[in-house]
Design a protein. Structure first.
Length: 137
């Protein structure tokens, strides 16, 4: 069990399983939403419990982005009927998790250079196999 919460603690999160590491996305939408790269901790929908004033913004035709309606802390990105991509910073225990991969690496801010030997996937390669937003560059 991994527990977490937003800044104001009105939203409480509980995970009974997760990916065991975080991913980073440098796409234009993630940069705008988070101020830079967005980090995500993936967890199956059935293993995520969220309580509190969760607000959802429909950020594209296939996905939503959730945040606390009281303090604005970002909570997750989720494709329709898909897994949750949660903000790792919500969970104190996520501090020790490794970086598993980066996507949209060719769109990254110059100041965002992550260490390690993880896979680095450029936009065209990622978009060949996944839903994406037209013109997101
Ligand atoms: Zn909050
Ligand atoms: Zn993204």
């Amino acid at each position: 069990m991994m527990t977490g919460h937003c800044l104001c603690k009105a939203v409480d999160l509980r995970l009974t399983s997760h990916a065991g590491g975080v991913s980073a996305c440098h796409c234009a939408m993630c940069r705008r939403w988070s101020g830079g790269a967005t980090l995500c901790l993936e967890a199956p929908a059935a293993d995520v419990t969220a309580t509190g004033p969760v607000q959802v913004y429909r950020s594209s035709h296939f996905a939503e982005r959730a945040f606390c309606g009281r303090c604005g802390t970002h909570l997750w990105i989720r494709d329709d009927d898909g897994d949750y991509d949660l903000m790792p910073g919500l969970f104190d225990a996520a501090a020790e998790l490794p970086l598993l991969r980066e996507i949209y690496t060719d769109r990254a801010f110059a100041c965002m250079a992550f260490r390690g030997d993880h896979p680095r996937v450029p936009a065209a390669e990622h978009e060949a196999g996944h839903n994406h937003v037209e013109g997101s560059a």
